[in-house]
Design a protein around this ligand. Sequence first.
Ligand code: ADP
Length: 169
Amino acid sequence: MICLLLTIFANVLQTGWTGLNERTFVAVKPDGVQRRLVGDIVHRFEKKGFKLVGMKLVQASEDLLKEHYRDLRAKPFFNGLIQYMSAGPVVAMVWQGLDVVKTSRKMMGETNPADSLPGTVRGDYCVEVGRNVIHGSDSVESAQREIALWFSQDELHCWEDHSIRWIYA
Ligand code: ADP
């Protein structure tokens, strides 16, 4: 019941998903699924201490991907990006926790794997910008837009986190 009220409150006031309740959208891209990296990537976010609130395997439509990447539509690589992202299923996820948007971006590495440090997903698992394995929202505003685009309300789960006092002081 508390979760339901929080969800309604957060959706009415977009500032509701802040602090420990901040959420981000993360996707393992088709190359990551093909290369059996899903388990490792999920494991990294779990071990970090973030809370999984939504996850599904999706064959994304071109329309969904064009909307998702709408800010990049003028880029020369846009059509190739849509083809790449629709070439197979992606694992779409929503993770929750303090500063999860910023921290997820750090865990992913830079857009170009060559600029990504070892220890990051892109630094460890890929070589080329056009096959960079993982997506993560780049701001709280993008996260809200992307979560609403990829997930319906009933696909996002509120559950009691028994380790919360061992993750947050
Ligand atoms: P990020 O995914 O790190 O937020 P962008 O939003 O700039 O990066 O780009 C979205 C995606 O578009 C990248 O993750 C990558 O898959 C693809 N992309 C970006 N730049 C290029 C490029 N120069 N050539 C091919 N694909 C690119």
